[in-house]
Write a protein that binds this ligand. Structure first.
Ligand code: IVH
Length: 686
């Protein structure tokens, strides 16, 4: 692949001579070497002036002979034209996360567990910092960096190849000659604290919003559509895991890191190999002491069983490996002042008190608000406006107020009370236990926004593109006054919203249209009825089979069901008694909404998988069985538990059972997970 955007003004070129070609190759390898010394080793050997000369000479040669430009050339770090959106990348292996431990006792227990499972009394661990950045996957083919992506949901991430290319410490070409044909590496992209502060100063000078912390700054930079912007942000990368490679894997994590380093990839400098768990604890202690002096943010250390064969034997759980854990640092606390107590209103109308703080930096992040959870909590901690308090932040957790610090001779303000009227819509506030809620329901814009976000969310109707920002605009501009209005939106209206163009409008309209056939349980869950989450929605769908049956059931009927108690039945009955709710459901029906699983007969025939049956066997990686089931049912298929001649497809995941043999005997089409998802995607597009 060639990118010649840098050379739009290039003169018509003549064929390169042999000596020009040789010089070009020489320059590329010299620059690569000096980049490595400067950005990875932090040990430059030539002056900036000399470096610039080499770089200019290369750029001139390439300008004269654009046909010789390759993607791994140092000039290509900023060569790509801006994109409309980031593409999707399926990870070859799932990108797992780590279990977090907070206490030494838990780490000792982890060590005991490992020893038990491996039946040994000595385990070597490799420990390294837990970088507080963004996890990325890098793919090298024949030593050339070909693709990079974000973690995304662990299975599918976003293609950020062009932005990653701008990171100078990331080699575009691996060094040494014994690298594997194919290599997938995982690492963390982050921003040094000094660069982060300098960037924020620049942002302020230009009148732009500042980033809340280095991690957000790194994430914002990596997800830029224009790699020129990414290039202007000083990002760095450290690699800590080989996710896949051709050939035999190194025998230990330690050896793996050394190998990565040999290929020219940056690896954690602060690593240590520990013979005992006490050495692991010591590394954690020492690293925590160094934390404040490090030029970048870390939030703990990562402990990994060193031996590769042991890692393989321990394997993984659904989302994390068994052989590694994050041993986090305790949350940092800082002292500040409560300037005000505000109230936020959520989807279900619940009022949450929020402390507005005098901005304070806790572990590199400026904190200006903290949740106070509910009225009881405020009373228990006795927090009032003007108080001096300690705030804490633990990793990703929302900042919270740890406690109040009494100050000698202070004059305190009155105790805090919840308001009697909703601060958003003015409706009366009612109380249920520790919770206060706004009775305004759909009249209250805050609740309406929350209700629509919930309706559109992944586990409900999964309307991609209908996120928080879009919903806020739709409600604020009064384009959507209740749920059914979502299905009345047209292209013109969407195009008037901030952030929308032809393509995004088409995508959203498509997603909205597709959501019109939904399985009953997802629809029920999407309505956001109090106490009706995913599980209860499924129970109801199974028990009643149709929305009508649910709408006409009474308290006693609901309570006949084992999982349903008085609270849930009360909530269901009052939801469906409310005339505005019934009206919305009626409207949805009129707008062509049909509940799959119980579609009308004429509708069913039209679905792509009508009359087909699916059987699943083995474990799926990218979705749960229930999600897979819902997908095919939405397209008109039925799901059965055993294979017969009538089975349309057998979907075989990891470790398939005897159903696979059965299907092969009967000549039933067998698809693996990837082929299955491709099939679904194809049908959903049609
Ligand atoms: S190893 C299979 N090592 O921490 C093991 N992760 O929840 C995968 N992280 O999302 C991770 N520093 O982004 C590993 N030295 C390190 C790390 C590290 C930071 C991040 C990673 C992951 C998160 C864990």
């Amino acid at each position: 692949m060639q990118h010649d955007s840098l050379y739009d003004d290039s003169p018509s070129s003549s064929r390169a001579t042999r000596s020009e070609q040789e010089r070009l190759a020489q320059l590329k390898s010299q620059i690569r070497h000096h980049d490595y010394l400067y950005y990875v080793k932090d040990r430059p050997e030539i002056s900036d002036g000399e470096y610039d000369r080499l770089f200019r000479e290369l750029a001139d040669l390439e300008r004269a002979h654009p046909e010789l430009v390759t993607t791994d050339s140092p000039t290509q770090r900023v060569g790509a034209p801006p994109l409309d959106e980031l593409g999707k990348v399926w990870h070859e292996r799932p990108m797992l996360s780590l279990d977090s431990l907070m206490e030494s006792d838990e780490v000792l227990a982890f060590d005991q567990r490992m020893k038990r499972e491996l039946d040994t009394d000595q385990i070597e661990y490799t420990v390294e910092p837990k970088f507080d950045g963004l996890s990325v996957e890098l793919v090298y083919d024949h030593g050339t960096f070909v693709r990079g992506s974000t973690r995304g949901d662990g299975s599918v991430g976003e293609d950020i190849t062009f932005n990653l290319r701008t990171i100078r410490s990331l080699p575009l070409q691996l060094q040494a000659d014994r690298y594997p044909d194919h290599l997938v590496v995982r690492g963390e992209v982050y921003m040094r604290l000094s660069d982060f502060h300098a960037l924020n100063r620049r942002m302020t000078e230009r009148g732009n919003d500042v980033f809340a912390n280095p991690r957000n700054a790194a994430a914002g930079s990596l997800r830029q559509l224009d790699s020129q912007i990414a290039a202007s942000r000083p990002l760095v990368i450290t690699c800590y895991e080989v996710m896949a490679m051709t050939g035999a894997p190194p025998p230990s994590h330690w050896a793996e890191l050394e190998m990565l380093a040999m290929w020219g990839l940056p690896v954690p400098n602060l690593r240590r190999r520990c013979q005992t768990i006490d050495q692991v604890l010591a590394f954690h202690r020492e690293t925590e002491q160094q934390r404040a002096n490090l030029p970048y943010e870390i939030d703990g250390v990562v402990v990994k069983v060193d031996r590769e064969d042991w890692q393989a034997r321990l394997g993984m759980k659904s989302r994390s490996p068994r052989w590694a854990v994050a041993f986090k640092f305790p949350p940092r606390k800082e002292i500040t002042e409560v300037q005000d107590i505000a109230i936020s209103v959520g989807r279900t109308g619940i009022l949450t008190p929020l402390a507005l703080l005098k901005p304070v930096e806790v572990g590199g992040v400026t904190i200006s608000r903290a949740t106070l959870h509910n009225a009881d909590e405020v009373a228990r901690k006795d927090i009032r406006i003007g108080d001096t308090v300690r705030v804490e932040r633990a990793g990703d957790v929302i900042p919270a107020i740890a406690d109040r610090i009494p100050v000698l001779n202070e004059v305190r303000s009155d105790p805090f009370h919840m308001p009697q009227h909703c601060p958003i819509c003015g409706s009366a506030v009612a109380r249920e236990g520790a919770y206060f809620y706004c009775t305004g329901q759909a009249v209250c814009p805050a609740q309406l926004k929350g209700a629509i976000e919930h309706f559109a969310s992944k586990t409900a109707l999964n309307i991609e593109g209908l996120g928080k920002k879009t919903v806020a605009q739709l409600v604020d501009q009064e384009l959507v006054k209740d749920l059914s209005d979502v299905y009345r939106l047209d292209r013109e209206q969407l195009l008037r919203l901030k952030g929308f163009a032809e393509q995004s409008a088409t995508l959203l309209l498509g997603a909205i249209a597709r959501s019109k056939t939904a399985p009953l349980d997802r629809f029920l869950m999407g309505l956001g009825i109090r106490h009706v989450g995913q599980h209860i929605a499924k129970v109801l769908a199974k028990e009643f089979g149709s929305l009508n049956a649910i709408m006409s059931a009474d308290r006693d009927r609901f309570q006949e069901i084992r999982e349903i108690g008085p609270e849930i039945s009360e909530s269901l009955v009052s939801y469906f008694q409310e005339s505005s709710n019934r009206r919305v459901i009626e409207q949805l029906h009129k707008l062509g909404f049909s509940i799959a699983g119980t579609p009308s007969p004429q509708n069913r025939g039209a679905l792509p998988f009508s009359g087909k049956s699916f059987v699943f066997t083995g474990g799926l990686m990218r979705l749960t069985r229930d999600e897979a089931k819902a997908l095919v049912e939405r397209l008109g298929a039925t799901v059965s538990s055993s294979v017969s001649q009538k089975t349309g497809y057998l979907i075989a995941g990891a470790d398939p059972g005897s159903k696979l043999d059965q299907a092969q005997k009967l000549g039933v089409t067998v698809l693996d997970e990837k082929a299955f998802l491709d099939l679904i995607e194809q049908q959903e597009k049609n």
